[in-house]
Design a protein around this ligand. Structure first.
Ligand code: ZN
Length: 599
């Protein structure tokens, strides 16, 4: 696709500062140089062995190779999102995937070398000028190296995972991708509905439609329950066996390591949620009242109780100036950054056929530039997305000061800056005297839907998974037992806000997250990120502009320390103390009180 043909249009991004054009001489030369550089680097890692000086000199080259791969990979990602049908770009992306696989092998070799160093040599390595600022990442590399089985066993495991672990995940995708069900709509007509539509139907304002989609849509899950349970048992069983062989003591150790957080923080967070569970439950009680029922059914949970107000579409200029005003008023540096990325055309927002749906922020460590991808259709939701992605881009721009080996942050810290930017926009909107009561009610309802998702629904998934993995360690868990564990997790988190017959015992099967084979315990980092950003925003509201330098110090440190250390050093906060999380939870009280005012 051509990104230059539409240059005059302000909401199409420019990528010319990355490469003059796709396929141009600079692009071709850059691409051609990569395989040779990779080979040379592999040879050097192999030759370095456990020689501290040789390893120290190889590390900055590994880092800059990372930057070059990341640059090309992000560029191709931008092109293929903006034109999903470009076959040349697709071919280059496939080639890139093989390069990344090679790079991962190189990374594994480096991790093994670091793991093989004795304590004194590792300390000596961290003292070398080449490794300054990278200690946190090198420590993590070393731990990952120590958790690898001997080379031939790791190679066998990764081959077997293709046909085992990941095959269960693919089976899930294939099976559920073809699922459909017969449904009678409230107007009496019958239709075969693809399973992928069920969730959208269960988010419809018409309760009869939600109910019909829920009940009719249960059938395929029940029909395939044995197969799905075999898959879930297979995935968990494989993981538990590999953990044992790798010397990993608990099934939460790996997801905690990936999130760069401690078990103590996780437990403190979940404990605080349980203590304050009445806060998000109050929002569900309001939702039940708004729809005129005594409590909710599972199919009511994701439905808006306040409809989006009818209004003329927001123009792109309106959205940009609203975001800009909110940022500039609360956080001038963020406002300046937003103005700059608009002027430099770092945002792709034009609606066009062939664009992939969704939104993301990407960037290059080589030219230290960010890009935002989205498709703007003129809704409030799109405007919030713009603020969200700008928050991510701002995080990357703050990290430009850090070296690349100190810029990689975990999922737990990834959504802090984006949520923070969203909250600046929303609190700006809520304070706007021109805000209509309908829009205010709508925004409050949306915010409470989010609170439900992060504070009840996701913790419920965590409770289930934890119970399931605990029992799976002793053997296969049956279909009926999976249903019991699911229902009891729902009772624990929802309490009486769900109707007595309102649970979904088949949620273990219909929730795709439980079957993701690349990451285990996919969900809890999102709760962590949500609550942490609530806590940061509460402090910002309390302390005003004086808080912002500490906020930026927080963002700048996200790639150089564990979550606990980042929070301690920059906020003086103790994440292992339930009191920290309690404060974050109580920050929702004023919004909740306004929401309760609607009934
Ligand atoms: Zn995000």
């Amino acid at each position: 696709m051509s990104t230059t043909a539409l240059n005059d249009c302000p909401d199409v991004w420019s990528l010319e500062s990355w490469f003059s054009a796709y396929g141009a001489a600079d692009y071709a030369a850059f691409k051609e140089a990569l395989p040779g550089a990779m080979e040379a680097l592999s040879a050097r890692v192999k030759a370095a062995g456990t020689d501290v000086v040789a390893l120290a000199t190889v590390i900055p080259d590994f880092e800059s190779h990372n930057e070059r791969l990341g640059h090309l990979s992000a560029y191709l990602g931008c092109l293929s999102a903006a034109d999903a049908n470009d076959e040349a770009v697709k071919a280059d992306e496939a080639w890139m995937a093989t390069m990344i696989a090679e790079h991962e092998k190189l990374g594994a070799a480096l991790r093994s070398a670091l793991a093989a160093l004795n304590e004194a040599d590792f300390t000596r390595l961290l003292g070398c000028p080449e490794t300054q600022g990278a200690a946190h990442t090198l420590h993590r590399f070393r731990i990952e190296g120590q958790r690898q089985m001997p080379g031939d066993l790791e190679a066998l495991a990764s081959d077997l995972n293709v046909d085992g672990l990941h095959a269960w995940g693919r089976l899930y995708d294939t099976l559920t991708g073809k699922m459909a069900f017969e449904m009678t709509f409230p107007d009496g007509h019958n239709e075969t509905v693809e399973m992928s539509r069920r969730r959208a139907l269960m988010s419809e304002p018409d309760r009869r439609l939600r109910e019909a989609a829920f009940h009719a849509g249960q059938k395929p899950w029940l029909d395939h329950a044995d197969t799905l349970a075999a898959g879930l048992n297979g995935i968990a069983g494989t993981r538990l066996s590999l953990y044992a062989k790798r010397g990993i003591g608990h099934f939460l150790d790996t997801p905690l390591f990936d999130g760069a957080m401690s078990r103590a923080s996780l437990d403190a967070m979940m404990e605080a949620i349980q203590t304050h569970i009445e806060l998000p439950r109050r929002a569900l009680r309001v939702a039940a009242k708004l729809q005129g029922t005594s409590a909710l059914h599972f199919f009511d949970l994701e439905a808006p109780q306040v409809a989006a107000p009818d209004q003329k579409a927001l123009t792109w200029d309106d959205a940009c100036s609203t975001v800009e005003r909110a940022f500039a008023a609360a956080y001038p540096a963020l406002g300046d950054y937003f103005r700059k990325i608009l002027a430099d055309r770092w945002i792709e927002a034009a609606p066009r056929s062939g664009k992939r749906p969704g939104a993301f922020c990407t960037g290059s460590r080589l030219n230290r530039e960010e890009r935002i991808y989205m498709t703007y259709h003129g809704t409030v939701h799109d405007m919030v997305t713009l603020a969200h992605e700008t928050g991510h881009a701002w995080h990357s721009s703050v990290l430009r000061r850090a070296r690349t080996l100190a810029s990689d942050y975990p999922m737990t810290l990834a959504e802090t800056a984006s949520n923070f930017a969203e909250m600046i926009l929303l609190s700006g909107l809520m304070r706007d005297p021109a805000l209509t009561p309908e829009m205010k009610a709508y925004l409050l309802d949306q915010e409470m839907l989010r609170a439900h998702a992060y504070l009840i629904n996701i913790p419920m998934r965590f409770e289930f998974e934890k119970a399931f993995y605990t029992e799976r360690a002793a053997g296969e868990v049956s279909v009926s037992r999976l249903g019991e564990l699911m229902s009891s997790a729902q009772h624990k988190l929802y309490g009486d806000t769900l109707l007595a017959d309102g649970t979904d015992p088949m949620f273990w099967a219909s929730k795709m997250h439980f079957f993701i084979t690349g990451v285990s315990f996919y969900n809890f980092p999102y709760v962590f990120g949500y609550l942490l950003s609530q806590a940061l925003f509460a402090r910002f509201q309390e302390e005003g502009a004086a808080f912002l330098p500490r906020y930026e110090a927080f963002l700048a440190l996200t790639g150089s320390a564990n979550c606990e250390e980042v929070a301690r050093q920059t906020l003086g906060a103790d994440l292992t103390d339930p009191a920290f999380w309690s404060t974050a939870l109580r920050a929702m009280e004023p919004t909740l009180a306004q929401y309760e005012g609607l009934v």
